[in-house]
Design a protein around this ligand. Structure first.
Ligand SMILES: [Fe+2]
Length: 307
């Protein structure tokens, strides 16, 4: 069990895919001083200019690769919207193309999630505690359960002059045990009886298009942990931290549901998310789900959600 550390990649071809996966699973962050694929200057300039000219951009702009669709683009002209769409599609395709080789063992079973453009300044945003990005947290999908698969995020800083400043802490085991010892979280339990029925009913409702969330125990636990972490001022202040500055033009990636992190400042970043099947991990025992099983002594957490 180690604190998170940084693996710097100057030349991706010097690195072996299996070793890359192992380092990620071990809770390390990969840092690429230069973004490891083409990202034309004119595309970056378009994104930077877009922010300045549209006051409606106060949220992420998302690109959904599976539907080839952009959401959250504000009130753009159809011409700008089309260009934005093309740029986000290209970023998504290039980052996925790069990762397909760099993390080859995962590629056949990963699930493509959204890409996003983050045009706002992270420092000083007026958000509720649970929504703040500048407080240490572990990521989760509140409305789309991962069932124990891992959230991998690849980021790129396109700010022309300012770094993106992060902090990270860990290891995952220590973070979880800390909040368990404080009584802030309870171990996830297998659903049975009424709990299983309720879960199945919610799932059924979702299939019929009702705005319901069916959250398996693992995802419910991770969401609670996310909230408790952000709400704990002492933890935020006192835990050991790795401070990182990602300069303009650089990229980085990490399992954001295994490595606790926060973005203290920075503006204009892109990001591609992939959901990595826990079955494709080289060391499945390093998955947060397995770690929780070990710590809690319950196994499996719930057969209902095994795939
Ligand atoms: Fe995050």
């Amino acid at each position: 069990m180690k604190q998170p550390s940084l693996v710097t990649v100057d030349n991706p071809s010097d690195h072996q895919a299996r070793q890359n996966c192992s380092a990620l699973e071990d809770g390390q962050l990969f840092f690429f001083p230069r973004t490891p694929f083409e990202f034309p200057e004119k595309e970056q300039q378009f994104l930077l200019h877009l922010r300045r000219s549209d006051s409606h951009f106060h949220k992420n702009i998302a690109y959904r690769p599976l539907q080839d669709r952009v959401t959250g683009a504000g009130s753009l002209s159809s011409e700008d919207r089309e260009q934005l769409h093309q740029i986000l599609r290209s970023y998504s395709q290039r980052s996925i193309g790069f990762l397909t080789e760099f993390l080859e063992p995962y590629a056949s079973s990963w699930k493509l999630e959204y890409a996003s453009f983050r045009p706002f300044q992270e420092q000083g945003r007026e958000l509720s505690t649970r929504k703040r990005n500048d407080l240490l947290h572990l990521d989760n999908f509140p409305t789309r359960p991962t069932n124990g698969d891992l959230i991998l995020r690849f980021f790129t800083n396109i700010n022309p002059s300012q770094p993106r400043r992060w902090i990270a802490t860990g290891p995952f085991e220590d973070v979880v045990q800390h909040f368990k010892d404080k009584g802030a979280v309870r171990w996830p339990r297998m659903l049975s009886g009424w709990g299983s029925l309720k879960y199945s009913a919610l799932q059924q409702g979702r299939r019929f298009g009702l705005p319901l969330t069916a959250r398996p125990p693992y995802d419910a636990f991770m969401l609670r942990l996310h909230h408790r972490m952000k709400e704990d001022e002492r933890f935020q202040q006192d835990c050991p931290k790795l401070h990182i500055e990602f300069p303009p033009g650089s990229s980085w990636m990490v399992f954001t549901d295994k490595v606790a992190h926060a973005a203290l400042s920075g503006q204009y970043a892109l990001e591609q998310t992939l959901l990595i099947s826990r079955k494709s991990l080289l060391s499945p025992q390093q998955a947060p789900l397995r770690i929780l099983e070990r710590l809690s002594g319950t196994s499996p957490l719930n057969d209902l959600f095994r795939r």
